[in-house]
Design a protein. Structure first.
Length: 371
């Protein structure tokens, strides 16, 4: 299946092209950028407008074979000279159709445009390269906009998450992976089978790369080496058992894994999103007062709920309970075919919970990976 490119890649490419046209007084109908995944993106540049001290242009979103609601939309970047004093040389703003963060616990702070950290880095790096090429020592303003983004956002989870007025500019690799269920499960099977063929008995599995720095800094383990199961935790346990793995270690962010504490083995939001209800249930078990439960249920992000548990003095006790429930349902799915251990963490809080033999299994896996 054909891969696509994220809104972050589109914004970075349009920004680079606009900066080149502004500083170099040239016309760019095509541009190249290198995505964080190491793949070159070479989109056409559309709808170019140049004026006094600014250039505006667009890149059309190409989602590949992924059924992405933003596919075909134009992502614009307007680059202009920043005349006032600024702390940074590249000032990134959100314009029409780009949402604004109104609730805590998301990638950006309340009040910021919903342009996530990696896209901001991509935009800044590409524009800085152009500034260095043309020996421009001043500041530039970059405004990202997506006409029609406000209407499209109503069909997404953005309003529920507290992102209002438009879509988010997102992406951690710059690449959109096709989300066909069969393709994903086939990929998981291939990756697990490769490990098995190398003689490994422990499969380290993670829904994604959230917690990459935590696992590296705390346990000296590169989470990039783990098999990515996306939302398919139950299916991955089944595949690992079929391939003959004796042990599996699941490492993941609480936002995904708290769902497993309720027996949910496909953690996609369309299958079930009861994160706050499960955290509230754990809080009830640990003696939380009614106002604490209401605050948890009003949260949109798990890390926001963790802060409430911590303020109530029950965080550690709650996560002992949540970890026990996760372990119960993982063992139930494994049904004696293999041993499954688990480590749960959050970006701002580090390790939240681990099953009894999780760290031992991680050390065993690290030794096997080094062979």
């Amino acid at each position: 299946m054909r891969k696509g490119f994220t809104t972050g890649s589109c914004a970075a490419a349009a920004s680079k092209a606009a900066a080149m046209m502004l500083l170099g007084n040239v016309r760019k109908n095509k541009i190249d950028i290198l995505t964080p995944a190491g793949i070159v993106y070479s989109p056409d540049i559309e709808d170019i407008t140049a004026g006094d001290g600014f250039v505006r242009c667009a890149v059309r979103k190409d989602s590949g074979d992924d059924p992405d609601i933003t596919n075909g939309m134009l992502v614009y970047s307007e680059v202009s000279f920043e005349t006032g004093s600024a702390d940074e040389r590249v000032i990134i703003k959100g314009g029409e159709g780009v949402g604004k963060v109104t609730r805590p616990g998301l990638d950006q702070s309340v009040g910021n445009a919903a342009i996530n950290s990696v896209p901001r880095m991509m935009i800044r790096d590409e524009v800085m390269q152009v500034m260095d090429f043309y020996d421009y020592e001043g500041c530039l303003s970059v405004e990202i906009s997506v006409p029609g983004g406000e209407e499209i956002a109503l069909k997404t989870f953005n309003p529920r998450l507290g992102i209002e007025g438009g879509i988010s500019i997102i992406g951690t690799t710059g690449i959109v992976e096709p989300m066909s269920t069969k393709a994903l499960l086939d990929t998981i099977r291939v990756e697990l089978n490769q490990l098995r063929e190398l003689g490994q008995t422990v499969a380290v599995v993670s829904p994604g790369n959230y917690g990459l720095d935590f696992m590296k800094d705390t346990y000296d383990f590169d989470l990039d080496r783990a098999v990515k199961c996306s939302n398919y935790i139950g299916d991955t346990i089944d595949i690992a058992a079929e391939l003959g793995f004796e042990k599996m270690l699941l490492c993941g962010h609480i936002g995904k894994l708290v769902k497993v504490s309720g027996g949910i083995m496909n953690t996609h939001s369309k299958e079930g999103d009861c994160r706050m209800e499960l955290m509230a249930a754990a809080a009830i078990r640990c003696g939380a007062a009614g106002d604490t439960l209401v605050k948890i249920l009003d949260c949109v992000a798990t890390e926001e709920a963790i802060e409430i548990l911590e303020s109530a003095g029950i965080k550690d006790k709650c996560f002992e309970y949540i970890t026990d429930k996760i372990s119960f349902y993982l063992d139930k799915r494994a049904a004696g075919r293999l041993a499954v251990e688990c480590m749960i963490y959050a970006n701002a809080y580090g390790l939240l919970g681990k099953t009894a033999k999780a760290e031992d299994l991680l050390e065993e896996a690290k030794k096997e990976y080094m062979r």
